[in-house]
Design a protein around this ligand. Structure first.
Ligand code: XIL
Length: 362
């Protein structure tokens, strides 16, 4: 079903309205209601510093049933120094989720970036780093046990050619498994599983959404892990989109091949960055908003077409708080479904229609 409700979409009621003797399905009031029967969690990244901003929380609670801390479960927040574990902000995310019947994805236990300076600069030996990582994973996963239902255990371990990236955890100097391929990834998954046997464990990355050398490498890794019983439950496809014409059939085929291995797919960080003028912040072309809407619709539909795609998450929800503008020094922006004043954009309506179009028994 697709309908052009113009600006008045919000006045339409949930379930059905009677037109003559016909019951005509209408769009539900929120994404969350629309996703409910379809077995897909609808999520977004959050910044707990914004929980005191009423339009932020109103929109968040109305539209989403899954949240993931954008930054506050990273090493950079949790580990201000070698001995401290600061769970304050992460706990705020968990408490917010519990108060509003939402699930929480954890992000992230092992990443070569956004690590604290004390960790990067201390020149630890592999044995020391191994002990540090084991301790970190164990403490963090145990702390959030029963509260975080799925972890991005590892983030961005492969480059765009499908080779393992150099990182403090892999080979600089690494945890003692440098040159042994995906063995350090396996080790991190096993430590996380030992600390929280009930959490779903994900490997999360960008650039491997479509069929390409990187997703081939991820596929080979997951196939090997599944065959040997390494605890991996899913692949997170970040889905940061900068090119407004992604190869959606290829993304669909990639989702299909991973889910056929018996792992879940979560779309974890979707945003669609639009060209902007760095001086004024204005979009270069207002028609891009419609193209952006089409991209959101097509990617959501690709996820919904596969029962193994079980969560669809955006990286923030309002253009007021998005990493895109600073990452692209103002040359791109407006990447999310709500504008800076929390008004829904065409992308929001497109997402809702994609969910409405999907069957409730996928
Ligand atoms: C970004 C956050 O959005 C920023 O606030 C932070 O400054 C840097 O990290 N891929 C990821 C996310 O997995 O953790 C990144 O988040 C965006 C790219």
């Amino acid at each position: 079903m697709s309908a052009d409700f113009g600006q008045s979409w919000a006045r339409f009621a949930f379930a059905t309205i009677a037109v003559g003797s016909l019951a005509v399905p209408t769009l539900a009031q929120s994404l969350r209601q629309e996703a409910d029967c379809r077995g897909v969690l609808i999520g977004t990244a959050v910044r707990p510093a914004q929980f005191s901003e009423l339009p932020y929380t109103t929109t968040l609670v109305r539209e989403f049933d899954l949240i993931q801390p954008e930054d506050v479960m990273k090493w950079s927040t949790i580990r201000p120094d070698r001995t401290t574990f600061d769970f304050t902000a992460g706990d705020q995310v968990v408490a917010f989720a519990a108060a509003h019947k939402m699930k929480v994805r954890g992000h992230t236990l092992v990443w070569g970036r956004h690590n604290p300076l004390w960790l990067e600069s201390a020149h630890y030996t592999p044995a020391e780093l191994s002990a540090l990582l084991h301790e970190h994973i164990t403490r963090v996963a145990q702390h959030f046990r029963g509260k975080v239902f799925a972890w991005d255990v590892l983030n961005e371990a492969f480059d765009e050619n499908g080779k393992l990236r150099s990182s403090i955890w892999y080979d600089q100097p690494g945890i003692g498994l440098a040159g042994k391929g995906t063995a350090y990834i396996e080790q991190a998954l096993r430590w996380t599983h030992a600390a929280d046997p009930d959490a779903l464990l994900f490997y999360n990355d960008a650039e491997g959404e479509a069929l390409n050398p990187k997703s081939d490498a991820l596929y080979a890794m997951v196939k090997d892990f599944k065959r040997r019983g390494v605890p991996v439950d899913g692949i997170g496809m970040q889905m940061h989109i900068f090119d407004l014409h992604p190869d959606v059939p290829s993304i669909g085929a990639n989702i299909a091949r991973f889910t056929a291995l018996g792992v879940q797919i979560h779309i974890t960080e979707m945003d669609v960055a639009l060209p902007a003028d760095p001086d004024t912040g204005n979009l270069r072309n207002s028609e891009d908003l419609l193209r952006q809407a089409a991209v959101y619709r097509e990617i959501a539909a690709a996820c919904l077409a596969h029962p193994g795609c079980t969560a669809f998450q955006t990286w923030g929800f309002s253009d007021k708080y998005s990493w895109i503008r600073s990452y692209f020094r103002g040359n791109k922006g407006a990447a999310l479904p709500f504008d800076e004043k929390y008004s829904p954009k065409p992308a929001y309506r497109a997402l809702k229609e994609a969910f409405a179009d999907a069957s409730c028994d996928r």
